[in-house]
Design a protein around this ligand. Structure first.
Ligand code: SF4
Ligand SMILES: [Zn+2]
Ligand SMILES: [Zn+2]
Length: 316
């Protein structure tokens, strides 16, 4: 049995990629230290920033919210009620988010997608003709940004971990999605529209957990006794990202540390070149909602319009 490298107690984790075994007391300290190091290294949060955490009720976002407050950041949460399996998935995940909000004494804002968009995520996804996760992702990014702009938040933090990012990278590489690759980074800086007033802003986005695997985040959350929703979103079943995660875990098994090298070398060496060579098209205000977009009408307004049109056609 392995012993903790720091205090010699019984270890609860051995991280082959770091050649480091830690016990239940030392591991959370190491985890917080690594989180802080990532934040500083990437200049994710400045002292004047107001941080909004995208809270889903899962282990990553709750672990992130907890870690940020432990590190002394005044971070508030925003929970988007997606309206998935009403009474079950969305309701239960909201309960976990509320529990943590009470424990850390930080406000949790709650926004219902159906109130903002006229329909919950499953209906929007159906109407959009896109994969559910693609429509859901677009709606979530839009509403988080809108809320942050309207409420003076300057940074949006999400709980994406190394497994998420490496799987997304693999998916983008397999299809050579250059536009997505050019913008896959731990920090997406703020972008401001020359015109468009207060709404004309894309708030800075950060991913402070990119250094950790899914298992490492889960252990941090469990050791801090933070209950979270374990049930997967019903739309996640069969998603390509789960298959890619599985493949990467198999590679990692044979060659520890590969996941991090794959992702970090891309971010350090390739992404800046792509970003320079393929700059994002000029942003302009959406003619419907005023939010920044590269098209005349933003993708979320298009999804919303299609969903409403579908309802109008179905009604006798
Ligand atoms: S799995 Fe897909 S549909 Fe479910 S919450 Fe995540 S992005 Fe949305
Ligand atoms: Zn220890
Ligand atoms: Zn719009």
């Amino acid at each position: 049995m392995k012993r903790c490298l720091w205090c010699k107690q019984k270890a609860v984790i051995y991280m082959r990629e770091h050649r480091l075994a830690l016990c239940k007391d030392c591991y959370p300290k190491w985890f917080l230290r690594m989180t802080e190091r990532t934040i500083k290294e990437w200049r994710m949060i400045e002292p004047s920033d107001k941080v909004l955490v995208a809270v889903s009720g899962g282990k990553d976002s709750l672990g992130l919210w907890f870690a940020l407050t432990q590190l002394g950041y005044d971070a508030d949460g925003l929970y988007l009620d997606l309206g998935i399996s009403p009474g079950e998935y969305s309701e239960r995940s909201k309960e976990f988010a509320l529990q943590l909000s009470q424990r850390i004494q930080r406000p949790l804002h709650i926004v219902k997608v159906a109130d903002e968009m006229g329909k919950p995520v499953p209906d929007l996804a159906f109407a959009s003709n896109r994969e559910p996760c693609s429509a859901c992702g677009a709606v979530k990014r839009y509403l988080f940004n809108k809320f942050a702009v309207e409420n003076g938040y300057t940074v949006i933090a999400t709980g994406h971990n190394l497994d998420d990012e490496a799987a997304t990278l693999l998916g983008n590489v397999l299809r050579w999605q250059i536009g997505y690759l050019a913008r896959q980074a731990p920090v997406l800086p703020e972008r401001v529209l020359g015109v468009g007033g207060e709404q004309g802003r894309l708030v800075k986005r950060i991913k402070p957990f990119i250094r950790f695997t899914e298992k490492q985040v889960a252990l941090f959350t469990i050791l801090n006794r933070i209950p979270y929703i374990e049930q997967e979103c019903p739309f996640a079943v069969g998603a390509a990202s789960l298959f890619y995660k599985d493949l990467l875990n198999k590679i990692e098994e044979r060659s520890p540390g590969t996941k991090w090298v794959f992702y970090s070398q891309f971010v350090e060496q390739i992404q800046p070149l792509l970003d320079e060579k393929f700059p994002e098209p000029e942003l302009r205000p959406c003619t419907r909602c005023g939010m920044p977009t590269t098209a005349e009408v933003c993708s979320v307004c298009r999804i919303k319009e299609r969903a409403n049109k579908l309802v109008a056609e179905v009604k006798p």
